[in-house]
Design a protein around this ligand. Structure first.
Ligand code: SF4
Length: 306
């Protein structure tokens, strides 16, 4: 059985420590972009789980990107004294602007002392050739990963959540990024309406066999101000219990290859916005329960990867 810094899965923390030789933490940013799934280009209203801040609820609030970086950095240093930084373009769609605008924003933060890389969250339908060329150029001079919000491989669920692109678009994007040796982190949501364990594991199996170097497993969260609230009010949403979720996470990770980095294992919503499931606010309890379940089941990442 392989262990990663004492854990039974390949955590992001472990990966970054190995790669950079010290603590590296992400600085979440809102660079002022919008999203084609909100402005009518790919869809209207956005993904039904997406918050008013474009799923960037932990990003800083200052408009100036450098000031915002330092605002978040200061908060992070309350938890960790020392470290380097990955600037994380998190809110909305971070490749959705003319290429010169993107270049200016990416380079601004790359020039900040201590920044060792960039993480760029985007949609697979937002990677035109000129943006791919820019990412290629950046990838050659710093560490870069691109995050793609897949959430599910099932087209009926994708329609229900208003994702706004078909699975083929994800496959094409991942191929284009692979051609350029750019690391990809794929987002998957566990517990979407109409998705049972079988369907969730089908998505995880699919992602496990794509050229993705990292995965974010999110617990479905109901947040105030999202379109998901309409379904909730109609009684059409069911939430996983903590025990069900912990078991499901272990099922998912067993099926991943040993070399995929697990970037996230839970949901993460601000206390002020979350409606359900409230147990997820006890993040450390959930993470400890996951570690414990790995041991109880005597299993590990990759055990059932085929
Ligand atoms: S693509 Fe991202 S930013 Fe846009 S609506 Fe969906 S989750 Fe929100």
């Amino acid at each position: 059985m392989k262990l990663w810094g004492g854990k039974r899965y390949y955590s992001l923390n472990y990966f970054l420590r190995q790669k950079f030789g010290e603590k590296v933490f992400k600085i979440s940013l809102d660079a002022g972009f919008t999203c084609p799934n909100r402005d009518g280009t790919a869809g209207h209203g956005g993904c039904i789980f997406c918050s008013a801040r474009g799923s960037g609820d932990f990003a800083g609030t200052k408009e100036n990107l450098v000031e915002q970086f330092f605002e978040v950095k200061e908060m992070m240093h309350k938890k960790w004294k020392e470290g380097k930084y990955i600037a994380y373009f998190q809110a909305y769609t971070n490749t959705y602007a003319p290429v010169e605008v993107l270049r200016e924003k990416y380079e601004t933060v790359l020039n900040i002392d201590g920044v060792v890389g960039l993480a760029i969250a985007t949609r697979p339908d937002c990677l035109p050739e000129d943006v791919l060329d820019l990412l290629d150029e950046i990838n050659k001079k710093t560490y870069l990963w691109v995050e793609l919000g897949l959430q599910t491989i099932h087209e009926d669920t994708a329609k229900l959540i208003n994702r706004g692109y078909p699975l083929e678009t994800y496959i094409k994007a991942i191929e284009e990024l692979k051609k350029r040796n750019i690391d990809v982190v794929t987002h998957v949501i566990l517990g979407l309406p109409g998705e049972d364990k079988k369907r969730i594991l089908e998505t995880v199996d699919f992602v496990a066999h794509t050229n993705t170097q990292g995965i974010k497993l999110h617990l479905l969260h109901l947040m105030k101000g999202t379109r998901l609230v309409e379904l909730y009010k109609r009684g059409e949403l069911k939430f996983l219990s903590m025990d069900e979720y912990v078991d499901l996470i272990v099922d998912c990770i067993e099926r991943l290859p040993e070399d995929i980095v697990v970037h996230r294992l839970t949901g993460d919503s601000p206390r002020s916005l979350i409606i359900e499931p409230l147990w997820s606010l006890k993040k450390w309890e959930v993470l400890n329960a996951i570690d414990k379940r790995f041991e109880e089941r005597d299993t590990w990442q990759g055990k059932y990867f085929k």
